[in-house]
Ligand binder design. Structure first.
Ligand SMILES: Cc1cc2nc3c(=O)[nH]c(=O)nc-3n(C[C@H](O)[C@H](O)[C@H](O)COP(=O)(O)OP(=O)(O)OC[C@H]3O[C@@H](n4cnc5c(N)ncnc54)[C@H](O)[C@@H]3O)c2cc1C
Length: 455
């Protein structure tokens, strides 16, 4: 072929960036247009990872090296499926890779989930991470709050709720987040898991780190430390499970340090109802469970009502469909076979369409996992190319798609734009002795990226 293979990657989170990188360094002549809905790249590294995790946020630095590559063109502030349809994209690209991740909350089907004061964890994350799609204000008038779920997102939410606003002021949080957190009445956070310590989904480092704040007392009831045969086997088989159990055992037996804010980790308590009065949360009802030998639990019929005035449901994220791309609504993923998008009616691959990252396999795993995922998907794409299974687009010239976007009046944000926005956020932070302060408003992000745009 006398021209480069033209690939569109949709979603500039870690999965999309790793996929772009693998494509351009594959040895084939490939150029990538990396489409992103938000004005800024990096997906959940920017809008998911907690602000007090600067080491993880720092992964962005290594992704800079990828986005600097001349064969990769970042096209931000464009929602694929709306601003440009998937059929239209076929006119410009040989193949399209979807790496659209997840932002919504998975539903928790217990009574009371809709009450005022019952929040999806993702909504709170969107707020404190300054995502323009989410609320600028947050009601933190509850003194005692419940968090349902025992994964790292539950830990993030519990930690941000339990820490003081001043502890977070050194991070990149914007002013509206600091102002809200500084008015917080929260003094007790109760995290609930329906199974035991060996079944928790925490990673050891994040669980240990929970205890680093002088203002937060992490408390585990010794009665909640229990293992059955399957739990013991899980500890033997996985170092990570064993480390989590050891850390929890340590929390259960030590003397309190006398911190002002209490963070309780409860196990074997299955949330059955969020209790309300006048439409607002006034409590959480749980049923005590016990292990059945296989690592699963059954209810004991013993119920407890917890005095909490807000509940955060951290039971997982959920992906959204992209208009024009098959979607498995049950699993909330794009149906695929290792990365090749499948037509749900025939179960055959849809020519030229691929998926990677959370939209491919569901919202589990760390940033690092998206790399191996991207490898599988891009290998398939290149196999299809080399086997002649891709069909050539009508308008492969790089300029053609820009003309379409321009004709639609879309204020495209580019890599140079991110450089400008990055500099603007760093200079806002520098004035307060921090590394960065995030710009929240969508239009302000666009104009900071490209001052010549008028919004
Ligand atoms: C609250 C939270 C905290 C986390 N903390 C950590 C952590 O500390 N360490 C760690 O390793 N992992 C962490 N993770 C996991 C990590 O964020 C994910 O593994 C990773 O971000 C998944 O990458 P992705 O590229 O598939 O999706 P995403 O990061 O979600 O990126 C998808 C991108 O696609 C864009 N997009 C969506 N739809 C469209 C469209 N139609 N058109 C154009 N663009 C679109 C989105 O705007 C987004 O930028 C955390 C996750 C969450 C939710």
């Amino acid at each position: 072929m006398s021209r480069p293979l033209r690939v569109a990657v949709v979603g500039a989170g870690p999965a999309g960036i790793y996929a772009s990188d693998l494509l351009v360094k594959s040895g084939e002549d490939v150029t990538v247009d990396l489409f992103e809905r938000m004005p800024a790249p990096f997906g959940l590294i920017r809008y998911g990872v907690a602000p007090d995790h600067p080491r993880i946020k720092g992964i962005v630095k290594s992704l800079h090296a990828v986005l600097e590559k001349p064969e990769i063109r970042l096209l931000g502030n464009i929602e694929v499926g709306k601003d440009i349809t998937v059929d239209e994209m076929r006119e410009y690209y040989d193949a399209v890779v979807f790496s659209t991740g997840a932002t919504g909350d998975r539903e928790l089907r217990i009574p009371g989930s809709q009450l005022e004061g019952s929040h999806g964890a993702g909504e709170f994350v969107g707020f404190y991470d300054g995502n323009p799609d989410f609320s600028r204000d947050w009601d933190l008038s509850a003194e005692k709050v419940g968090v349902i779920g025992v994964g790292n997102v539950a830990l993030d939410v519990a930690r941000v709720l339990a820490k003081t606003a001043d502890e977070l002021k050194v991070t990149e949080i914007p002013d509206n987040v600091y102002d809200n957190l500084s008015r917080s009445a929260v003094t007790e956070v109760h995290v609930f898991g329906r199974r035991g310590p060996a079944q928790a989904k925490f990673t050891p480092l994040e669980l240990k780190e929970l205890d680093h704040s002088e203002n937060v007392e992490v408390i585990v009831d010794p009665e909640d430390i229990d293992y059955d045969e399957a739990s013991e086997a899980a500890r033997r088989e996985s170092k990570s499970v064993d480390l989590v159990c050891q850390t929890l055992e340590g929390y259960a037996i030590r003397e309190p340090k006398g911190a002002t804010h209490k963070l309780y980790l409860h196990f074997f308590e299955s949330p059955v109802e969020i209790l309300g009065e006048d439409g607002r949360v006034v409590g959480l009802k749980t049923e005590r469970t016990e292990l059945d030998g296989t690592g699963n639990v059954h209810g004991t019929g013993k119920f407890t009502t917890w005095d909490v005035q807000a509940v955060y449901r951290a039971v997982g994220y959920r992906s959204e469909a992209v208009e024009g791309v098959p979607f498995d609504a049950e699993r909330a993923v794009i149906p695929n076979d290792g990365g090749r998008v499948l037509d749900p009616s025939t179960e055959a691959p849809v020519q030229g369409l691929y998926a990677t990252g959370w939209i491919k396999r569901g919202p589990v795993g760390l940033i690092g996992n998206t790399k191996s995922d991207a490898k599988d998907t891009t290998t398939m794409l290149l196999e299809d190319f080399n086997a002649g299974r891709l069909s050539a687009p009508a308008k492969p010239e790089p300029q053609a798609v820009l003309e379409l976007l321009d004709a639609r009046g879309i204020a495209v944000t580019t890599w140079e734009g991110w450089r400008n926005l990055d500099a603007a956020e760093r200079s806002l932070g520098e004035a307060e002795g921090r590394e960065r302060k995030k710009i929240v408003e969508w239009d302000e992000m666009v104009v900071s990226s490209h001052p010549e745009y008028e919004i």
